[in-house]
Design a protein around this ligand. Structure first.
Ligand code: PLP
Length: 381
């Protein structure tokens, strides 16, 4: 199996699994309990908080654990709106559905939402973000990198403009945390979402960075866990797993391992482009996460390509995993104005540090064979 779908999810690192293991059957205390087992759980959570904070240059007390990226995004947006009378949100047309669908719902509930356009490379104009801000703007929510194309937005520039207008910036960093260095202060984010399963941690664990002084109202009501912002008994094992995954990711980033991922991604891309003349790279190649390439195979259907690839042992995705099964091009590719014939055949290949050169060379052969065969069937590529 050649797994090139790491933007959907990643394999849990063996060390992460080992770190989590004791918290189910040995150290299974509730972190709110005063006895030794409870305190062991509390200590483990606080250690994990330190690791997650270090991954994004935050202070441990600024990290709120959640059930994943979706919950972190929801808490950031709804929590901000819950603490202000302002009714306007600025976001982009290409956010992950965790933000996009929430904002669409808000627009039906009396909020005003501005969906900023992107250009044909999937890039955002920071000046447009600033121009959209008004006196009633509660929040700007802009993703760090796009899950479908890997395109990285100029967050620092957007953040400077938000700060000048006194509006907090939420950054969905689910596709960058653990892949590229992140420093919340340098980035200028007041809120930042992370998800463990995108960097070899467990599914169902995430975090929201909440900068000091930011007013946020909880979305769930209950106990006092996570400074009241996320009540409910903590999922200790998952949090511990996220902490260990964050620690390992930080090590990998500083050891330059992600540079090797970029080289393999470039090798894959170059190999496909050299042998498949109806293949086009989608998105801003100069500003992308190191592990992602989205390639449009003109006149093919992405679903057909994915099934044929899967039969040959290659795992990839078309657009967002969440929208697979639908034949419509994703809202991201639509917002980029990608030609329909290319957008329908858009396949995302996403690597990890576990991907090998041999796998990439084999994948190039399989992708070339599969797409040429399908093209000969449709006869028009
Ligand atoms: N935001 C982005 C950019 C994502 O790519 C994803 C998952 O694909 C999410 C949010 C949702 O994260 P989770 O799966 O942890 O809920």
């Amino acid at each position: 199996m050649i797994y090139l779908d790491n933007n959907s999810t990643t394999r849990v690192d063996a060390a992460v699994l080992a770190a989590m293991e004791p918290f189910w059957r040995e150290q299974y205390g509730n972190a709110s309990s005063l006895h030794t087992m409870g305190q062991a759980a509390r200590h483990a959570i606080e250690t994990a908080r330190e690791h997650v904070a270090a991954l994004v240059g935050a202070k441990p007390r600024e990290i709120v654990f959640t059930s994943g990226g979706t919950e972190a995004d929801n808490l950031a947006i709804l929590g901000t709106l819950g603490a202000t009378a302002k009714r306007h949100v600025v976001t982009t047309a290409v956010e992950h559905v965790a933000v996009h669908s929430l904002c669409e719902r808000l627009a039906t509930q009396g909020y005003r939402v501005t969906f900023l356009p992107v250009d044909s490379l999937g890039q955002l104009d920071p000046a447009a973000a600033e121009a959209a801000i008004g006196d009633d703007t509660a929040l700007v929510s802009v993703m760090h990198a796009n899950n479908e194309t890997g395109v990285i937005f100029p967050i620092e520039d957007v953040a400077r403009r938000c700060a000048a207008r006194g509006v907090p910036l939420h950054v969905d960093a689910v596709q960058t945390a653990g892949k590229i260095p992140i420093d919340v202060a340098g980035l200028g984010a007041k809120l930042l979402s992370l998800s463990a399963h995108k960097f070899h941690g467990p599914k169902g664990a995430g975090a929201l960075y909440v900068g000091r002084g930011l007013r946020l109202r909880n979305c769930q009501v209950g106990g006092h866990q996570e400074r009241d912002l996320r009540p409910g008994t903590e999922n200790v094992a998952a949090i511990v797993g996220m902490g260990e995954a964050a620690r390992l990711a930080r090590e990998r980033i500083s050891a330059g391992a992600m540079q090797c991922v970029a080289e393999l991604r470039d090798r894959l891309e170059a190999g496909i482009l050299a042998s498949v003349n109806f293949a086009r790279v989608i998105g801003d190649r100069a500003n992308r996460t190191c592990n992602t390439t989205t390639i449009g195979f003109t006149a093919l259907e992405a679903e057909a390509v994915l099934i044929a690839l899967s039969e040959q042992g290659v795992c990839a995705s078309s657009g967002a995993a969440c929208s697979s099964g639908s034949l419509e091009p994703s809202h991201v590719l639509k917002a980029m104005g990608i030609d329909e014939r290319i957008a329908h055949g858009a396949v995302r290949f996403s690597l990890s540090h576990e991907t090998t050169r041999d796998e990439i060379d084999r994948a190039i052969e399989i992708i070339t064979d599969v797409t040429k065969q399908l093209a000969s069937l449709v006869g028009g590529a």
